[in-house]
Design a protein around this ligand. Structure first.
Ligand code: MG
Length: 172
């Protein structure tokens, strides 16, 4: 169960306290794409998200790590002018390790931000980086994600019953 619990839980990527992460010596922010930065069917990015990323890039290495296709991920990453890894196969660890190698950083300097416990949080906890859960932007999702959500809802029920993690009870 421990692998499913995020260190931080916030409503969305705009409500995360990035200053706190900076103080915690986080150097690299790994972002999930679909339902974290934008809807999975949307190729447009709001201006406020573009300016958020512009300011984050001043303080952190920023990279998108997504299980989506290169075609999809590159479109958004190019708009935000950040690096990206598509077809990431989260929660598998190898792409997290690849990022550590690429930026010469150890696990305690990285944070993953994503909307899925089964991929983003589990993957991040496996490699012992800071894990940040956000609420999904909306409920329109790919079929693979729908399957993950069924398992996730089951985990969330258990975590909620134990008062560890409840939807809407943000922390960190
Ligand atoms: Mg996602």
């Amino acid at each position: 169960m421990k692998n499913y619990i995020p260190d931080i839980y916030q409503k969305d990527i705009k409500t995360i306290n990035y200053n706190k992460l900076k103080k915690r010596k986080i150097k690299c922010l790994i972002f999930d794409l679909d339902n974290t930065i934008t809807n999975y069917y949307n190729n447009n990015i709001d201006k406020d998200i573009i300016s958020l990323f512009d300011s984050l890039k001043k303080d952190f290495k920023v990279i998108i790590l997504s299980n989506s296709t290169k075609k999809r991920v590159s479109k958004i990453a190019n708009k935000l002018k950040v690096q990206y890894i598509p077809l990431a196969m989260k929660p598998l660890a190898f792409n997290f390790k690849r990022i550590m190698k690429r930026y010469h950083l150890s696990n305690d300097a990285l944070a993953i931000i994503g909307d899925q416990i089964m991929t983003d949080i589990k993957g991040g906890n496996k490699v012992k980086i800071v894990t940040i859960l956000v609420d999904p932007i909306d409920d329109k999702e790919l079929s693979i994600t729908k399957i993950n959500r069924l398992i996730e809802n089951h985990k969330l029920k258990t975590l909620s019953r134990k008062n560890i993690l409840k939807r809407g009870n943000y922390y960190g």
